[in-house]
Design a protein around this ligand. Sequence first.
Ligand code: ZN
Length: 163
Amino acid sequence: MIDYIILPNMRCTRCGEVNERVTEQLYINKEPHSNTYTVGSRFDLPDDVEGFAGCDYVPARPDVVIGPRLRVLDGWTCRCCGAGNLCVLLFEDRVLVEARSVERSLMIFAEVDLVEADLPRWWVHEALEERFPDAEGIEFLYLTEILEVIRTGQMIAGDENED
Ligand SMILES: [Zn+2]
């Protein structure tokens, strides 16, 4: 059983095309129900961070509390050019009230509560390499480590020797 989500009116950040209906597989429910969800649907969201982790969504901060209002960073693929894009899903009392396509920016991680674990990450690596040009192994960081680096503004200590 697989659930699907239909994201309406998603503008691609690469080609600029507005995708009127983007259909993606959905794994954020506690259990799959073979349903199709969209804005206005009530979801079967997990109750706590551990439950979301079981669905492959990681907390954007260590102190995230699963409350009635949740912002989730997820991915979608443009049907016109195939580019991987980002969207923020806003849930209120388990109802999806908004799905917004967003630009790739490290700032976005500070605006959300949960992040889909399999998001395309090359752009995060590029942004971090720009910010920390001397750091090594950025491409090997786990998502949780990336989130920590972004949150603290500090590169995780590696083998570098400081003079
Ligand atoms: Zn596109």
